[in-house]
Design a protein around this ligand. Structure first.
Ligand SMILES: *Cc1c(COP(=O)(O)O)cnc(C)c1O
Length: 379
């Protein structure tokens, strides 16, 4: 008997996406910074207390805007975890920065905050934290370091919508924050993102960089009588069609989050025995962090064990996936890396496995996945 395949991810339609897209089409104003873009930005600002939000076509774009805003230039150094997505690093490498990679924590794939200060040199300009799986880095430690050294912090909050550090929304703590609304994230519009500007001094320039280096946004508000080329910039605005889709998702955020958290808890319950028996490690959530149920991952004991489990799941029609390969050891960057071993980043590269988690996945399917994993270890 073959059972239905369970994909790793399936984009969820929350209800009003098509209606809002048709409304955007009917209004016939499809370029960026229109009604739906403003509604998305306002919703995020009000819900999370962000100073300024600018929608972008991706989190990659928001990170690139951050590098522009911080005037990153050749010779500058930027500190970030090795265990992250390429865009976290690329955004700064594009401006000529040298990346100093930090290792991950032993209890969590996020950056080991205690290792960061030793990486600072006179050339360091910024620290980029990544809230892996939507679980906060210990931001008090990071903000204390940057205050003492006069640096800036960018939060790569791509996975961290609706998650908090000691009650503060992630993305809203550093000088800048970047969210992703890629199809694989909790709230999505296919390809999309947002830059959060928390440092008020950067807000005006952020809008100019966003608008291709012009003061067009100020022009539309009637603050200047013509718009001009006033700075560097690029095309970072999404179309109103994307924003319309995204607004439908944002309106349903609570509902989506409740469903994702239930799925996450079913996994935690279903795999309790495998964690207790030491076959796998469970995801760790520090006391200072919340869980936004972006991801349910397990950490295997070795690469061989992970490959065996992956193959066993695949044979049962269940598509689990591993995640990042450490950037310090990547084909592109290994020669530029300063040679330090980052054993925890390598361990997560080899041993971490992500399980299917999307709205629409049923409790029976989660139970089937957990049962398949338990069977693998009982063999
Ligand atoms: C998804 C992701 C990105 C990239 O997001 P895009 O919107 O696809 O550009 C960057 N960083 C992290 C940590 C991510 O998970």
């Amino acid at each position: 008997m073959t059972r239905p395949i369970i994909p790793f991810n399936q984009p969820h339609l929350s209800g009003k996406e098509q209606e809002y897209i048709l409304a955007a089409v009917a209004e016939n104003k499809l370029s960026g910074n229109g009604r739906f873009t403003k509604q998305c930005q306002q919703l995020l600002q009000e819900r999370y207390g962000f100073h300024r939000v600018l929608l972008t076509t991706s989190c990659t774009d928001a990170l690139e805007m951050s590098a522009l805003l911080l005037n990153i230039a050749p010779g500058d150094e930027v500190i970030m975890p090795s265990y992250t997505f390429v865009s976290t690093a690329n955004a700064f490498v594009l401006r000529g920065a040298h990346i100093r990679f930090a290792d991950s924590r032993t209890d969590h794939p996020g950056m080991d905050e205690a290792s960061v200060e030793a990486l600072i040199t006179p050339r360091t300009k910024a620290i980029v934290v990544v809230h892996y799986a939507g679980v906060a880095c210990d931001m008090d430690i990071i903000m204390d370091i940057v205050a003492r050294h006069g640096l800036k912090v960018v939060e790569d909050a791509a996975q961290a919508i609706d998650s908090f550090y000691k009650g503060q929304a992630l993305g809203g703590i550093g000088h800048l924050g970047a969210f992703s609304f890629h199809e694989t994230k909790n709230i999505q519009c296919g390809e999309g993102g947002a830059l959060v500007v928390n440092d008020r001094e950067l807000a005006k320039r952020a809008e100019i960089i966003w608008e291709k280096g012009t003061n067009r946004a100020a022009f539309w508000r009637g603050e200047v009588d013509k718009y001009n080329w006033v700075d560097i910039g690029s095309s970072f605005l999404p179309s109103e069609i994307n924003a319309a889709y995204l607004f439908a998702q944002l309106e349903q955020l609570e509902n989506i989050q409740n469903q994702r958290r239930a799925l996450w808890q079913w996994y935690a319950d279903g795999l309790r025995d495998s964690f207790r028996d030491g076959h796998l490690s469970a995801p760790f959530i520090p006391d200072f962090a919340t869980n936004n149920a972006h991801m349910f991952y397990v950490v295997c004991r070795s690469l061989d064990q992970r490959d065996g489990l992956l193959a066993h799941l695949k044979a049962a029609g269940i598509y689990a996936v591993f995640h990042y390969q450490s950037l310090h050891a990547s084909p592109y960057y290994t020669k530029q890396h300063d040679g330090r071993n980052l054993p925890q980043a390598d361990r997560y590269s080899n041993c971490l496995l992500r399980l299917p988690l999307y709205v629409g996945l049923g409790k029976e399917e989660v139970e089937r996945i957990c049962q398949t994993i338990r069977n693998h270890f009982e063999q």
